[in-house]
Ligand binder design. Structure first.
Ligand SMILES: NC(=O)c1ccc[n+]([C@@H]2O[C@H](COP(=O)([O-])OP(=O)(O)OC[C@H]3O[C@@H](n4cnc5c(N)ncnc54)[C@H](O)[C@@H]3O)[C@@H](O)[C@H]2O)c1
Length: 264
């Protein structure tokens, strides 16, 4: 079976390594125009630089692990050819017109755009309660001050001397995605699952934070829920979480495996 991949960075490399351990999987790495330098690649990886060739190779699905711009650039072509896509750069869907266009294409070509949990979890629960009026969701992202030096300096704060948590952002998921494009994928993922109007986002620089931690609190008529994730860094990049690549692979498996036990 062939699996398409866009992006050979921290997440893409982890995905390629995991797929390489499986039998009978060829990874098709799409590098438009030979962009960037992927370095040494595994034998199970074939690099394709032109879209027509990539489409003709008919991957069972494509995992996007590139950057937000890549979603608008490449997804329309995949969806128009009925190839389902798993998105890591979910923040791109803060652009409502892009989101609606991608959904229209997926519907027109009987295919799917799959949003994995990525660095967060509980999307099954959020989807379920999204239909219940009165449900409220608060998503809080906490990282050590070192991850937010520039943003703290803009507020006259020194990341090395911060003693108390500093709230850098409080607002809607769309604003979070626009203002922190490299960091707000999770905010958009939660908003897409729970419904944007139900979600408020907090981004906090916290001297007590243990790595990248994510809190999702849900309150509503059917109950309360609290998910906390403290994500370990990815093997190839301490700024990325190892769980994101695994989550994208799990989502791709859902598209590739046509039979057997399945979780929603
Ligand atoms: N959903 C989540 O929870 C979550 C978590 C972490 C990261 N992310 C997102 O996943 C994406 C990948 O993260 P990463 O840490 O691997 O990034 P990275 O910077 O390490 O790697 C990005 C790769 O994509 C390639 N690329 C960039 N623009 C491209 C384009 N337009 N077309 C094709 N290839 C392109 C680059 O050459 C590079 O190989 C980022 O958008 C990141 O924000 C999502």
């Amino acid at each position: 079976m062939r699996v398409g991949l866009i992006g050979a960075g921290a997440i893409g490399r982890q995905i390629m390594a995991a797929l390489d351990e499986r039998r009978n999987i060829e990874t098709l790495l799409f590098r438009p125009g030979g962009r960037g330098t992927p370095g040494s690649l595994l034998a199970s990886v074939t690099v394709i630089t032109a879209m027509p060739e990539f489409i003709a190779a008919a991957p069972a699905c494509v995992i996007e692990a590139a950057r937000q711009e890549a979603v608008a650039e490449h997804l329309p072509a995949f969806l128009s050819h009925g190839i389902p896509a798993v998105l890591c750069s979910t923040g791109a869907l803060a652009d409502l017109s892009l989101r609606l266009e991608l959904i229209r294409l997926a519907e027109a070509h009987s295919t799917q755009i799959v949003i994995p949990g990525g660095a967060v979890a509980g999307l099954d629960y959020l989807r379920t309660v999204s239909h219940v009026p009165g449900t409220e969701v608060t998503y809080t992202s906490r990282k050590p001050p070192a991850a937010w030096r520039r943003e703290l300096a803009e507020r006259g704060l020194d990341g090395d001397r911060l003693r108390e948590p500093a709230v850098l952002f409080e607002g809607t998921p769309e604003d979070a995605a626009r203002r922190f494009p490299r960091n707000a994928n999770s905010a958009l993922t939660i908003a897409l699952a729970a419904g944007e109007r139900a979600v408020s986002v907090r981004i906090v620089a916290d001297p007590a934070a243990q790595g990248n931690s994510q809190d999702i609190e849900v309150r509503g008529p059917v109950g309360t829920a609290h998910f906390t994730l403290v994500n370990a860094p990815s093997p190839g990049n301490p700024k990325s979480s190892a769980i994101t690549a695994l989550s994208a692979l799990q989502a791709a498996d859902g598209l590739m495996l046509k039979s057997g036990l399945r979780f929603s």
